[in-house]
Design a protein around this ligand. Structure first.
Ligand code: PBG
Length: 326
């Protein structure tokens, strides 16, 4: 006899009981932009509702998020001085280092601070590493990335997230952290980071568009899913603690593949373009922002993500608290 399937969605309670995907505010990370200068809190034109803060005001952004229930942050820096070697990336008084010290001294272990480790916001040419002619010199870049990661850990970072896509950077950063006594600082690797057009609004926000060429020699080709798994595998071997797929929605197949194939936690980054599209379409009256935000987050977790990095973190925490998702 073929049994008739019972309806498990008759009301809110049974829908909640039978959900396959659970969301929690503790899985969310909010990107935060720290900018050199003082007394700055300015809305980012390309990212509605997101701000750049100077170090002396960044705690306002943290406080607001804590109230919404988000306590994990991914810090990006906008230095006022860029050079060929990106020296502000690892300077003691670099913008990220100062922001870290400010936040840490005010909130101690109430917050979890992750830093983006990359050179593109700090180099005058806007590429993610040290150049040799028109190409990025992979191995020289590893040295500065490792130095940057250690300087972040020293300034109070709980975890570092290399987003440069150089070969061997997880191993180089792991070794440098260990040598300097940061054996408990995890590395969240941007393992499969695609050369994506969806980063457009971020590059405006961080002033990090490359001055010439593009990032296709080091970021991944969107055609290649198997290669993405190979990148993840290498990061596992090099000692990564968390694997990341980026962007999120256009690459949900890889979030799922990564989840099925590896035992490490999987993070997905819903990037600036994904956020900006939802905001813009809602503004134009084409979609319901709240609904689309909720559904896209649910989809990313359903695909297998354990962690979601998103500019919607605070609004999502709210939706979870209200019981609209989760
Ligand atoms: C730095 C970096 C970028 C993003 C995160 N880290 C930009 C890039 O690679 O061009 C993009 C984040 C977003 O679009 O929200 N390399």
């Amino acid at each position: 006899m073929i049994e008739r399937p019972r309806r498990l969605r008759a009301n809110k309670q049974i829908r909640g009981l039978c959900r396959e995907t659970r969301l929690s505010a503790s899985s969310l990370i909010l990107p935060l932009f720290a900018k050199n200068g003082s007394n700055i809190k300015s809305e980012i034109p390309s990212l509605d509702g997101q701000y750049q803060y100077s170090a002396d005001r960044i705690c306002e952004g943290v406080e607001r998020s804590l109230e919404a229930g988000v306590d994990k942050f991914l810090l990006f820096g906008l230095p006022d001085h860029k050079d060929e070697h990106g020296s502000q990336a690892f300077a003691y008084d670099g913008i990220v280092q100062r922001a870290l010290r400010e936040i840490r001294s005010r909130f101690q272990d109430e917050v979890y601070l992750v830093t983006d480790v990359c050179m593109c916001e700090y180099t005058s040419h806007g590429h993610c590493g040290i150049l040799c002619g028109h190409y990025v010199d992979n191995d020289r870049t590893l040295e500065v990335l490792a130095r940057t990661a250690v300087s972040h850990a020293r300034a109070g970072a709980d975890m570092v997230a290399p987003s440069d896509m150089m070969d061997g950077r997880v191993a180089a950063i792991r070794a440098a952290l260990d040598e300097n006594g940061f054996v408990n600082t995890p590395v969240m690797a941007y393992s499969a980071k695609f050369a994506s057009t969806f980063y457009g609004p971020f590059r405006d926000a961080a002033g990090s568009a490359p001055a010439f060429g593009d990032r296709r020699s080091y970021q991944m080709d969107p055609h290649n899913g198997r290669e993405a798994m190979r990148e993840c595998e290498l990061d596992v071997q090099e000692g990564a603690d968390i694997l990341m797929i980026k962007p999120a929605m256009p690459y949900l197949d890889l979030v799922r593949a990564c989840r099925d194939r590896f035992d490490l936690p999987v993070a997905a980054y819903q990037v600036s373009g994904e956020y900006a599209m939802i905001k813009a379409a809602a503004k134009a009256g084409l979609i319901d922002e709240y609904g689309v935000m909720c559904e896209s987050a649910v989809s990313i977790f359903r695909a297998g993500a354990d962690i979601l990095i998103t500019y919607f973190a605070c609004e999502l925490a709210d939706a979870i608290r209200k019981g609209d998702i989760g």
